[in-house]
Design a protein around this ligand. Structure first.
Ligand code: NAD
Ligand code: UDP
Length: 324
């Protein structure tokens, strides 16, 4: 597809990519659609609205370069595209444990369908994988070479193992059919458009703090996570997709590591809330620590996160204030 730009000047002709974003109405998917549209691409956003919402992409609906498809990735679909970002999958423990069999189907059959499509139309495909492939890691921080410590039969397994099989499928399609794959392992990412009901820690704590409710810490709050702001993550995701010759897997995330208790205290401080911390049972198999080793991303993409936790949280708090 060709785009002559607003001037119509043929000297400015650029090749416009047609890009499929599955899970495009979700938190990360909708921000990705925004960035691709801004860059001048033709975007097909595919979603079944399980955890995503039309309101996340409402502002794009009148854009002639944006198209919305209601579809479930567990069913095959035929489309002509140059690139596929396969993000469709619930990401929060509450949502992916709601219907675990469906979660596995989404990861595994979704990957088979999208890899099959990539093979047929010779598109490049980026699979949104996760730090959960490392499970409850006994190597810290986690480099891509670490194979992980995942419980195959626990309540998180539908997500963790589904994502691990999706990675396996990517590499088998690559070896067997030369599909042009990019495997991205995303560490905890937060920001505006997180689904307020999905139970993830940043959205839960901000909502509780803004409403003056108790802050629900699971366990003693000593478990750690590394939080990346969505803007940094989307930058890296697009860079990996546009890298000409690198399959991954590649970690992307912010190496700044915080305990969950530290996160709660920071959110209380930034919101000026009077909320108190309460301690509830730790969910089964909750990883004790998580921190990305991003040496590879720095070397291959020249990427590292720029936005500090405090700055990202301030923007996210403003967004959630608007929802209340
Ligand atoms: P999200 O829940 O906001 O977005 C997921 C989107 O996929 C939603 O719009 C949902 O409706 C859609 N979806 C779910 N099942 C589908 C299906 N069967 N068919 C079509 N669409 C379907 O979550 P997110 O945080 O934006 O995550 C996006 C991707 O990134 C996911 O694959 C997730 O596993 C991965 N990821 C996210 C994080 C994070 O911290 N945000 C971390 C690791 C990996
Ligand atoms: N968590 C918490 N209170 C909440 C929600 C989550 O203490 O209200 C903890 C959770 O047990 C985990 C961490 O915060 O240790 C991150 O949880 P989240 O669901 O955001 O992501 P994940 O566990 O998948 O990293």
């Amino acid at each position: 597809m060709f785009n002559t730009g607003s001037s119509g000047n043929l000297n400015k002709v650029t090749i416009m990519k047609r890009i499929l974003v599955t899970g495009g109405a979700g938190f990360l998917g909708s921000h990705l659609c925004d960035r691709l549209i801004k860059r001048g691409d033709d975007v097909l956003c595919l979603d079944n609205y399980f955890t995503g919402t039309k309101s996340n992409i409402q502002h794009l609906l009148n854009n002639p370069n944006f198209e919305l498809i209601r579809h479930d990735v567990i069913d095959p679909i035929h489309l002509e595209v140059d690139q596929i970002f396969n993000l469709a999958c619930p990401a929060s423990p509450v949502h992916y444990q709601y219907n675990p069999v469906k979660t596995i189907k989404t990861s595994v059959m979704g990957a088979i369908n999208m890899l099959g499509l990539a093979k047929r139309v010779k598109a490049r495909i980026l699979q949104a994988s996760t730090s959960e492939v490392y499970g409850d890691p006994d190597q810290h921080p986690q480099p891509e070479s670490y194979w992980g410590n995942v419980n195959p039969i626990g309540i998180r397994s539908c997500y963790d193992e589904g994502k691990r099989v999706a990675e396996t499928l990517c590499f088998d399609y690559y070896r067997q059919n030369k599909v042009d794959i990019r495997v991205l392992r995303i560490f905890n990412t937060y920001g505006p458009r997180l689904n307020p009901d999905d139970g993830r820690v940043v959205s839960n704590f901000i909502f509780q703090a803004l409403k003056g409710e108790d802050i629900s810490i699971y366990g003693d709050g000593s478990q750690t996570r590394s939080f990346c702001y969505y803007k940094d993550l989307i930058d890296g995701m697009i860079k990996l997709m546009d890298h000409d010759n690198f399959t991954g897997p590649m970690n992307l995330g912010n190496p700044g590591e915080f305990t969950i208790k530290e996160l709660a205290e920071k959110i209380i401080q930034l919101t000026g809330s009077t909320s108190k911390l309460i301690y509830l049972d730790l969910p089964l198999d909750d990883p004790k620590q998580r921190q990305p080793d991003i040496t590879l991303a720095k070397k291959m993409l020249g990427w590292e996160p720029r936005i500090k936790l405090e700055d990202g949280l301030k923007e996210t708090i403003e967004y959630f204030k608007g929802l209340l």
